[in-house]
Design a protein around this ligand. Structure first.
Ligand SMILES: Cc1cc2nc3c(=O)[nH]c(=O)nc-3n(C[C@H](O)[C@H](O)[C@H](O)COP(=O)(O)OP(=O)(O)OC[C@H]3O[C@@H](n4cnc5c(N)ncnc54)[C@H](O)[C@@H]3O)c2cc1C
Length: 381
């Protein structure tokens, strides 16, 4: 085994121990208080877990993407809010970095990788479809844009330092005229409202935002006018979708672990559940389902690393497959637990709720199918 491989295995071992030890304690605390304690952010940062995927010359650990995914699988076995912090911090730098000037890289990317600033990806709107439909708009006056419009469901949108926000130059349509802006959290003319509790991913803050002629310096724009959607959906989205697919694999693995343990220990009619073929077959189906999704996800990751132009479609395939797998696996895992699994504080109850959020993150199944269909039908022409 190479020294590098040995160091990677040691890191993976440390992460697994963290997830199963302190991670479970954080999970209990978050479920009790419905708030992520600031100490979790500090702990993750000090352990270096928020800068695993960024390159070394940005201050990151420089772990290749497909290997980072092996670690993401481990983090995803933990509470969804813990996994959310790791996923967002290890990925958002990529979106900012694509079109950043060297000045912007110093101001935004390096501090984000270091964990000194928190950036919230701010795309979804209550009054428009996600993407080219967006309605938040800016008007330029000299060196300043004035931003107006609404956003919602924004993860870390309350607690962040900047919103990486997507808007359009007023009067433009489609992708034309879209802009990506780094908007300061405490800029004037913004109303920030914390959204109420969600079904799962408890403790993570989500924001509803109203911008009323909020001034944003033109120097805070990433790329040119017209390149906003490129920042949101370009080089960033493919790895991020693959990372969400691996999240599904990790969460499903944890659900399966719990189901296997319960089936071995719970007895009905004089035998453990695991001795019943109906239960054993459900567990066998889960194992095959999880492994198939894991391998497709790793394949998508390796193709993206290799620069395969088909990686975008593969990323959608992996996300679609993994999300559907997660629904099947968590459903069977809860069924194996019987009624007690439906009650707090049974860990499977939380996992079942957390799993549902994955169907929205980085695009719904409908969007993934649209991407895949566009590719196959385009090739057929
Ligand atoms: C826990 C959580 C965290 C989130 N964090 C963030 C965040 O940090 N930043 C952010 O910007 N967003 C965030 N979102 C929002 C998320 O990205 C969106 O919910 C998701 O992209 C779907 O968009 P929507 O809610 O506007 O649904 P809608 O666009 O209203 O769609 C409703 C339904 O119709 C389907 N649909 C919509 N348009 C079409 C179409 N053209 N063809 C076929 N079907 C269609 C959708 O797939 C969906 O099933 C978060 C959501 C959740 C649940």
């Amino acid at each position: 085994m190479s020294i590098e491989e040995a160091a990677f295995r040691q890191l993976a071992g440390e992460i697994e121990a963290f997830v199963r030890g302190p991670g479970e304690e954080y999970a209990e605390e978050i479920e009790r208080a419905h708030v992520v304690p600031p100490s979790l952010w500090t702990d993750l940062r000090e352990r270096g877990y928020l800068s695993l995927a960024a390159p070394e010359d940005y201050g990151g650990r420089g772990i290749p993407f497909s290997r980072y995914l092996e670690l993401m699988e481990l983090f995803s076995m933990s509470h969804a809010s813990l996994r959310m912090i790791v996923h967002v911090c290890n990925g958002t730098w990529r979106a900012i970095d694509q079109l950043a000037t060297s000045e912007q890289r110093k101001t935004f990317v390096l501090p984000q990788v270091a964990g000194d600033i928190r950036v919230a990806f701010t795309l979804t709107e209550p009054d428009a479809g996600t993407g080219a439909d967006l309605r938040c708009s800016v008007v330029r006056e000299g060196d300043t844009y004035f931003l107006s419009g609404r956003k919602h469901l924004i993860t870390f949108g309350v607690s962040c330092d900047y919103w990486l926000l997507f808007a359009r130059v007023q009067g433009t349509r489609g992708a034309d005229g879209t802009v990506a802006l780094m908007v300061e959290r405490h800029a004037p003319g913004v109303t920030v409202e914390a959204m109420p509790d969600s079904m799962g991913v408890r403790g993570t803050d989500h924001a509803r935002l109203l911008f009323e002629r909020t001034p944003v310096p033109v120097t805070s724009r990433l790329g040119e006018e017209g390149q906003g959607l490129q920042v949101a959906l370009g080089g960033f989205l493919t790895p991020s979708r693959i990372s969400v697919a691996m999240t599904c694999v990790g969460l499903a693995r944890r659900a399966q672990e719990l189901a296997v343990a319960h089936a071995g220990q719970r007895e009905t009619f004089g035998k453990p559940l695991a001795a019943r073929q109906a239960i054993a077959f459900a567990l066998a189906e889960n194992a095959a389902d999880i492994e198939a999704a894991r391998q497709l996800t790793l394949h998508a990751a390796r193709q993206w690393e290799a620069g395969d132009p088909g990686a975008g479609t593969l990323s959608s395939m992996s996300k679609l497959t993994a999300v559907d797998m997660l629904a099947r696996v968590t459903d069977k895992a809860l069924q194996v637990h019987g009624g007690i699994g439906y009650w707090e504080p049974s860990p499977i109850e939380r996992i079942y709720r957390d799993a549902r959020a994955q169907r929205f993150e980085e695009g719904t199944n409908e969007i993934q199918k649209t991407v895949i269909a566009r590719d196959i039908l385009g090739k057929a022409k």
